[in-house]
Design a protein around this ligand. Structure first.
Ligand SMILES: [Zn+2]
Length: 325
């Protein structure tokens, strides 16, 4: 048990995403000692997902030179509705066979041994940015995670704000009454304009209606069955007119949605993360900031807009923060 004395406060963190499972093992100061990534199963059910999560964390622990059983605990950031007290998850629609409620915390606990705590994936990523990343200079902020969907997290006066459990759903603020269909089943949500899935669906409809675009050719060429952030980026570089149009539309929607949130809670900063947000980086953060301008009530005093700095590992590091330090 030499490893136990060498890293007495090592913690595990797992970010459960719709396409990948990212695991980390961090030390007492949240420095990453080991990491591993596995694809999220696309078939089967919650038990298969939990088994992959266990595998990913064991791999990360091995890379860190720590026995999983020696970890102080493991935090899990999960999509869907999370009950932090019981560690159960429901409504995780991007995960295979996850229609009901699943005891994710208990399952991962029996896979690995240490105590497991479960939180909302976007909220823990926001807290990671607050404590360790781009949000460090601020007391209050929102995180906006621009990727497959548009998620959000809130920190107010140094504390996470969870509301009654589902606070931070900035992706489903309405930016246009009766507007575009959203993957949530409603209309006119921010995510209906800026989420990668909704943008892909729109591109597909336009393409089928005869609109010229290289988006799907590019996806095929790079062996993708989806329009990943990388495919969108390539199309934008090639000045693909449809890609440019859909990104302009996304930026306008993000500007309106984020500015509305600022009008309500007036936090100091907006941290832009997520697969697209991080890939598009500062240039798009600037564009979003400009798009917020016309909608800000206190337009003389706009909040800081920053790109998330923990990148791909932010979600998993944030999950590890759920473990009592
Ligand atoms: Zn929606």
């Amino acid at each position: 048990m030499a490893t136990r004395t060498r890293t007495p406060k090592a913690r595990g963190g797992i970010d459960l995403g719709g396409t990948k499972i990212q695991a980390v093992v961090v030390d007492g100061r949240s420095k990453v000692l080991g990491e591993a990534r596995r694809p999220t199963p696309t078939s089967g059910g919650p038990a298969d997902v939990a088994a992959q999560m266990g595998e990913a964390l064991r791999e990360a622990a091995q890379a860190a030179g720590v026995e999983p059983s020696a970890l102080a605990g493991v935090g899990v950031g999960s999509p869907g509705e999370v009950n932090a007290r019981t560690g159960t998850v429901s409504q995780a629609k991007n995960l295979p066979g996850w229609a009901g409620e699943f005891e994710l915390g208990n399952w991962v606990h029996s896979e690995l041994g240490p105590e497991v705590r479960v939180g909302n994936d976007v909220q823990v990523a926001t807290e990671a940015e607050f404590h360790l990343g781009a949000g460090r200079p601020y007391r209050s902020l929102i995180g906006v995670f621009w990727g497959t969907g548009v998620g959000g997290g809130i920190v107010l006066d140094g504390q996470p704000w969870l509301g009654r459990g589902t606070a931070g759903e900035i992706g489903h603020t309405v930016v246009k009454l009766g507007g575009a269909p959203c993957p949530c089943g409603r209309r006119g949500c921010l995510e209906a304009y800026a989420g990668r899935s909704a943008m892909e669906a729109k591109a597909r409809r336009e393409h089928e209606d005869g609109r010229k675009t290289d988006l799907f050719k590019l996806a095929k060429k790079h062996g993708r069955d989806r329009l990943t952030s990388g495919i969108w980026e390539r199309a934008l570089e090639k000045q693909d007119a449809l890609a440019i149009e859909l990104f302009d539309r996304a930026v306008e929607a993000l500007g309106a949605g984020i500015a509305s949130a600022i009008n309500l809670i007036d936090v100091e900063a907006v941290i832009i993360g997520g697969g697209i947000g991080v890939r598009m980086g500062k240039r798009y953060a600037k564009r979003i900031e400009r798009a917020m301008g016309p909608h800000l009530f206190d337009d003389d005093n706009p909040p800081a807009v920053r790109v998330a700095s923990l990148g791909d590992l932010g979600g998993a590091i944030g999950a590890s923060l759920l473990v009592k330090r």
